[in-house]
Design a protein around this ligand. Structure first.
Ligand code: ATP
Length: 302
C-alpha cells in the first residue's frame, strides 16, 4: 500500500457553520506533506478529524487502509501527533512526561537520544511549570515522536521555536522521513514548510484549492531580471523606448518572457554606452505565489 493517509470527501460542520467542504487528499508513505492555509482555514480541524478527536458529517478517512472516526481509533496506534498546545502537567518534569507516555518497548537510551536531538538536555529534569512556550512546544514534539510512530501529524510545530530549535526540528523530521516515517505538517507560513515538504495541500476557507509541490508553486508566477547600470534613469527610458515592458520599481526589472529578453536589453544598453554593473535573476517568491493563489484561485497564477 503506497498511501499512508487517504481522505475522501470530508465534510464538517460546527452547528450550522460549514467548516470543511469536500476535502480529499492523500499522503504517500514516506513523504512529508505540508498543509498550508491562513488562520481559520481548517487545518487543525482536518488534523483533529484524522486523529479521531472530532466527528465529521460526511466522507472517509483511512490510515494504512483502515478507517478512522470519532469511535474508531485502532489505526492510530502507530501515529504520533502534536495538535494545538501540548497538554503538559506543570508539576511533572519533561522526563516524567516521556516516561508516562512511553510504550513498553521504548528504552531509556531511546528517550535520551530524542531529548538530545531536540537539545532539551539542560531542562528535561526540571518541572514543566518553569518551561517557556518554546520549551513546552519541544516537549510536545518529543511526545509526538516518542513511540517511534510510522506517521507523525504536527500542527504548527514551529510555533514559539527559535531559529536553532526550528533548525533542529527540521533535521529531526528529515532524518525520520529518510528512515521511512510519513509526515503531515501544518503551517500558515509557507516558508516554514518550504525546506521540508515537497508536497503541499493548500486550503482556504475549508476547501482544498490546490494539491501541488513546492517546485511547481515556485515555477509559477513571474520571473524577471534585475539590472543595475551606470545610469539607471537613462537605461530605464531607453528600454521603454525600445518597447520593453518593465516592472515599476527602483531598479530595472526586465521580465523574463523568453530567452532573448535579457540579451536584447543588454544590447540596447551597451549600444548606448551604458555600463551594466549587475544582473540578477529573480525567481518567484513562494509566499507571493501562495497569496496569488489564495486571492484568485488557480486561474490567478500563470
Ligand atoms: N469547536 C469549534 N466550534 C465552532 N467553530 C470552530 C470550532 N473549532 C474550530 N472552529 C472554526 O472552524 C474554522 C477552522 O478552524 P481551524 O482551527 O481548523 O483553522 P486553522 O486553519 O487550524 O487555523 P489556525 O491557523 O488559526 O490554527 C474556524 O472558522 C474556527 O472558528
Amino acid at each position: 500500500m503506497n498511501n499512508t493517509l487517504e481522505i475522501k470527501h470530508l465534510e464538517k460542520n460546527f452547528g450550522k457553520k460549514k467548516i470543511l467542504t469536500d476535502i480529499s487528499f492523500t499522503v504517500t508513505k514516506g513523504h512529508i506533506v505540508g498543509l498550508v492555509g491562513a488562520n481559520g482555514a481548517g487545518k487543525t480541524t482536518i488534523m483533529k478529524a484524522i486523529l479521531g478527536l472530532v466527528g465529521f458529517s460526511n466522507g472517509t478517512i483511512t490510515i494504512n487502509g483502515e478507517s478512522v472516526s470519532l469511535n474508531k481509533h485502532q489505526a492510530l496506534s502507530k501515529v504520533g501527533a502534536l495538535i494545538e498546545n501540548p497538554g503538559i502537567y506543570p508539576y511533572l518534569t519533561g522526563w516524567d512526561h516521556l516516561r508516562l507516555f512511553a510504550e513498553k518497548n521504548i528504552t531509556k537510551s531511546m528517550m535520551t537520544e530524542l531529548v538530545s536531538a531536540l537539545k532539551m538536555d539542560k531542562y528535561i529534569h526540571q518541572k514543566a511549570k518553569g518551561y517557556s512556550l518554546g520549551m513546552k512546544q519541544k516537549l510536545g514534539i518529543a511526545l509526538a515522536f516518542l513511540n517511534n510512530p510510522d506517521f507523525v501529524i504536527l500542527d504548527e510545530p514551529m510555533n514559539g521555536l527559535d531559529p536553532q530549535a526550528t533548525f533542529d526540528l527540521r533535521q529531526l523530521i528529515t532524518t525520520k522521513a529518510n528512515e521511512g516515517t510519513t509526515f503531515l505538517i501544518s503551517s500558515h507560513i509557507l516558508g516554514e514548510l518550504e525546506k521540508l515538504a515537497k508536497d503541499l495541500v493548500i486550503i482556504d476557507r475549508g476547501q482544498i484549492i490546490k494539491q501541488t509541490t513546492t517546485y511547481e508553486l515556485l515555477s509559477t508566477g513571474e520571473k524577471y531580471f534585475v539590472l543595475q547600470t551606470s545610469d539607471d534613469d537613462r537605461a530605464q527610458q531607453l528600454l521603454l523606448d525600445h518597447n520593453f515592458n518593465l516592472k515599476e520599481d527602483i531598479s530595472i526589472l526586465v521580465p523574463n518572457i523568453d530567452n532573448n529578453s535579457l540579451a536584447n536589453a543588454l544590447k540596447v544598453l551597451i549600444n548606448n554606452n551604458i555600463d551594466v554593473l549587475d544582473v540578477q535573476h529573480k525567481d518567484n517568491d513562494l509566499e507571493v505565489s501562495l497569496l496569488e493563489l489564495l486571492q484568485h484561485g488557480e486561474e490567478g497564477v500563470k
